[in-house]
Ligand binder design. Structure first.
Ligand code: AHR
Length: 494
């Protein structure tokens, strides 16, 4: 089929020469598109679970974008969570206090079985974060047994009594969370000692292999990674969970939707710093583990604006800027797929950079949700190397690369290219040779909006939404693409 296009390209604009090789690289692990849910504010209670029931509207929305993985119950909450309080008849479950987030009552009505039911409904894998700060190895051991043991034991019997005959076979187990901070204020030396004992009791039951994920560094604390890699063997540690948040330069509600280009630039600069953080951790890991057996996991990431204190609890609106941050970050993760095999956006609903905001029984999809929708085509596809030199996006005498890209080939041979232009004013013209790529059918989708502060509300739900993108044309074996200012585009080539 030939393409009929009506694009008129700007004259005189210097075009970017971009080439994509068909030498496929590593698989982009679908778990890079993972999410995170914590007992914090309205994330779990209200966002995912309301009036004692799992929210079917939210489940349907998450299924649509193929969420592959969900991490729970924290976050800082995990190191004060005792899983046995959250199983069995709801009325008999003890009440607890959420000491991390606002000292609110935790009635434990959403516990292990409810979480695993939620994952089953979404069709995603669970990732449980075990309590190292105030828990014991025995507590973790019994949790793994409850979830994963198929034979006869007190824990497997308890699971069956609670209504789940078959083992859940939970594969991913986090051993502590931010153990350098809210999870116990440990030194790397203390943490490694704890880790070894907990990892030992995180058992592999027949037919239910586990992957043990260590609590990793706070952002650029490279010494933490160095110490873990030099003291724990890959037999006992399958991943290291680094946390890196984007500082938006503001902490009030208004900062989420009312900001100028200075804050826009700062947030994008901080977000793109993920590339440096990832490279530096990878360089350390490569020295100890050149075979890349241990995964680099970014198990908390996203832009932070909201205030953590009541009544806000990190609730924040989500703008086109945040979508550009998500898209650029996911391009970084895709391009490092040989080492990054999981990442979890913080957090899935109503907290920080959410996919979904809820109010009572209604929900709205954020611009970030649309990025995950656009990028789902990369899940488990093979990475394709991209080369180009980005023009600068300049502001106040400082510069950032205006364009970032990743590409992959899926199991059907279709190629997907995700292109981001963070420049809020200037479009970019791209020339791309098609010789190595399929090009019979080329289609595209775009996410953009007139202002980078644009966002979706319960009144105007579709202010920022996906649209068909057709600002490209085939000129013999060159594809010319006109990438609008502040936009995310995904092209499909078949
Ligand atoms: O996502 C909110 C909090 O940020 C998490 O509980 C913690 O791990 C991090 O500091």
């Amino acid at each position: 089929m030939s393409l009929v296009l009506s694009v008129s390209f700007a004259r005189g604009q210097h075009a970017i020469d971009l080439s994509i090789s068909d030498n496929t690289g590593p698989i982009i692990n679908k778990n890079i598109y993972g999410q995170f849910a914590e007992h914090l504010g309205r994330c779990v209670y209200d966002g995912l679970f309301r009036n004692g029931k799992i929210r079917e509207d939210v489940v349907a929305a998450l299924k649509r974008i193929k969420i592959p993985l969900l991490r729970w119950p924290g976050g800082c909450f995990a190191d004060d969570y005792h899983w046995k309080n959250g199983v069995g008849p709801v009325k008999l479950r003890p009440k607890a206090v959420n000491t991390m987030w606002g000292m609110v009552e935790e009635d434990n009505s959403f516990g292990t079985d409810e979480f695993l039911k939620l994952c089953e409904k979404i069709g995603c894998d669970p990732y449980l974060a075990a309590n190292v700060g105030t828990g014991t190895p025995a507590e973790m051991e019994s949790w793994v047994e409850y979830c994963n043991y198929d034979g006869t034991s007190s824990m497997s019997q308890l699971r069956k009594t609670n209504g789940h005959e078959q083992p859940y076979k939970v594969r991913f187990w986090g051993i502590g969370n931010e153990s350098w901070g809210c999870g116990g204020r440990m030194t790397p030396e203390t943490y490694v000692e704890h880790y070894k004992t907990f990892a030992n009791y995180c058992r592999t039951y027949p037919g239910a292999p586990v992957e043990r994920i260590a609590s990793g560094a706070n952002a650029d604390d490279y010494n933490w990674t160095e110490y873990l890699m030099s003291h724990i063997s890959s037999r006992w540690m399958q991943g290291i969970g680094v946390h890196y948040y984007t500082d938006a330069g503001g902490r009030e509600q208004k900062d989420a939707t009312d900001f100028g280009e200075d804050k826009y630039f700062l947030a994008l600069k901080n977000a793109l710093n993920m590339e440096n953080i990832v490279r530096a951790h990878e360089a350390i890991m490569d020295r100890y583990d050149p075979a890349k057996k241990v995964a680099l996991i970014i198990d908390e990431w996203g832009i932070v604006i909201g205030d953590e204190n009541p009544p806000n609890y990190f609730f924040q609106q989500n703008s086109l800027r945040d979508a550009l941050i998500a898209a650029s970050t996911l391009n970084i993760f895709n391009n490092h797929a040989d080492r990054i095999r999981m990442a979890n956006l913080a957090q899935i609903t109503n907290v920080l950079q959410s996919l979904i905001l809820t109010s009572g029984d209604t929900m709205v999809s954020t611009p970030t949700y649309h990025v995950f929708d656009l990028y789902k085509v990369h899940q488990d596809a093979k990475l394709l190397p991209v080369s180009f030199i980005s023009p600068d996006y300049s502001f106040g005498g400082n510069k950032l690369p205006a364009v970032n890209v990743s590409a992959s080939k899926d199991s059907t041979g279709a190629v997907h290219i995700s292109l981001v232009n963070i420049d809020p004013v200037n479009k970019q013209v791209i020339n791309m040779p098609l010789s190595a790529l399929p090009s019979k059918d080329i289609t595209g989708q775009i996410l953009t909006s007139p202002k980078f502060t644009d966002h979706n509300t319960f009144i105007n739900r579709e202010k920022v939404k996906l649209a068909v993108f057709n600002a490209f044309r085939k000129d013999r074996d060159i594809l010319n693409i006109e990438l609008p200012a502040k936009s995310v585009v995904v092209l499909e080539l078949k």
